[in-house]
Ligand binder design. Sequence first.
Ligand SMILES: C[S@@+](CC[C@H](N)C(=O)[O-])C[C@H]1O[C@@H](n2cnc3c(N)ncnc32)[C@H](O)[C@@H]1O
Length: 364
Amino acid sequence: MTDNNTNKNKYSITRYPKTRNQSLKAWSAADEYLLTEFDSLNLEKPTIAIFNDRFGFLSCHLHPFSPTVILNYKSQEKAIFQNLESNDLKFSELNFITPLESLPEQLDLAILKIPKSMDLFRMQLFQLSKSLSENSIVLTSFMTKYFSPQMLSIANEFFEEVEQSKAWKKSRVLILKNRKQKKDISMLHSIEFQDFNYQQYFGVFSAKNIDYASQFFIQNLKLDESDQRILDLASGNGVLSKAVQLQNPSGEVHLMDDSLLAIESSKLNLNSENVFFHLSDSMEVFEDDFFDLVISNPPFHFEHETNIEVAIQLFSEVKRCLKDGGRFELVASQHLNFKTHLIKIFKEVNVISENNKFIIYECF
Ligand SMILES: C[S@@+](CC[C@H](N)C(=O)[O-])C[C@H]1O[C@@H](n2cnc3c(N)ncnc32)[C@H](O)[C@@H]1O
């Protein structure tokens, strides 16, 4: 295979948020391979949709075609905007939509880096199958170490032809053609927990059950009377906020998450006048000295990456947003050893409860 078309080094692409881990990159061979396959199609002025472009590698290189870019995360939006700007590309020439908005009609091509969540992949192919024309093509790619046979079975569910490329730099492309006419599928999971039926969109954290760390946290959650304004940081489907509401129905509850599908899921599960939803990857959206209590089951997995830098950055932002006398409670896996980081940020860090897997800290 030769690389003689789209110049894959044309733009300088960096990560947002920045990382000190040199092994984490802003794109992979799976992204480059998509561009190579795109070139070989030789399409004239195609209308394109791009999915799961985490930092903007694909959006920048395909910018001349004014693609529609589906944004799953606030941090993804910031990363793409940052990379477009630093490469002197106008973001007004791209069409940004959320994963729940309709795709443009008459797409010629969709370019999709396969996400870790097979449910999300299924939801994206379902959405595509509804708006592609018969001759449209979908290029999807993955690093071979992340291959799952489900990728093929899901692709076969929505497309008559599923062709697999040769491996290149440990990545592969699946070329999907001839979409099938599909009946509607549900894009929501239901999870029964403590007499409530939680709804969450495909791709949102912990699809099969309420996360065991969150369950342990809920068993040990005790609100004080002074806990009137509370933040559920990295709120997912809103299960921790629901537990807060049960103890203090008149309290003001804020939910913040980086994922649009998580925030939209939590809106299905919490519905009251005292609840506020924030699609954000950073606590910059809150004033100083704002909360009596912040609770969290913080993130440390991002697609196939494990990274605690984001959580540690959030912890230091929590400190700024806590009122005098306010506190931060979080649950985490024991192996993350968050205490070493928390004691550098907070004056006092105590253990509320722990078992062989999880630990709950209280920080002042
Ligand atoms: C471990 S899950 C917890 C979800 C939910 N609180 C629960 O207990 O089921 C972590 C959540 O953090 C979100 N997240 C990742 N990075 C974030 C960031 N920078 N700011 C806010 N939320 C983030 C993810 O989308 C995910 O929903």
